[in-house]
Design a protein around this ligand. Sequence first.
Ligand code: DX5
Ligand code: ZN
Length: 215
Amino acid sequence: MVIIAPSILSADFAELQQDIALAEKAGAQWLHLDIMDGHFVPNLTIGPVVVAAIRTHAKLFFDAHLMIENPEKYLAAFAEAGADLICVHLETLKDPVKVLRQIKALGKKAGLAVNPDKKFADLQPYLPELDLALFMSVWPGFAGQKFIADCLPEIAKCRAYITDRRLPVDIEIDGGINRATAPAAIDAGVNVLVAGSAIYKAADPSAEIQHFISL
Ligand code: DX5
Ligand code: ZN
């Protein structure tokens, strides 16, 4: 069963409550929140204030994707704001194990993301600390980019490793996911699909969510 995590980066920020309610109603289980700082990535988005505001309107599982430098400084703020899972980028961490344990100590699920140039071997040492491994299929920063397929063989290695050892780790893919690219991601072993523009820029966003759920 695939989990679909609509990314509100492509939603209408002036109508956020409505766009989130739409995702919930269509049957999405998760909501993907893209947090960008203008340093790790060349874009700025939302912080804990907005996460806390939307938390009061949604029951969805909040999947916070932190594309920020020094994420350890903001873990408590995002936990308090209502994130259920906090995912940090390997590229931003000096001591990944310490930060992942800080997330767990806050009572939240811990995720580790890697950019499209990374291999499964880069992430593998941290699997025992993780609830979720996120493979980026675009360079982080913007919605609506073209899918980069380089992560698929790495995802397949990750899935085989997790299955062999029966590790309770979800595998998520983020970037350029749509009707055409989702099947290959699922074949490779992904069980959480993030989709932004494929959902919120579609003529019928609910139908797109339901399509992903049916995969
Ligand atoms: C990109 C973000 C993604 C983005 C995906 O840096 O991490 O979550 O919203 O958007 P799409 O699905 O349009 O590629
Ligand atoms: Zn994201």
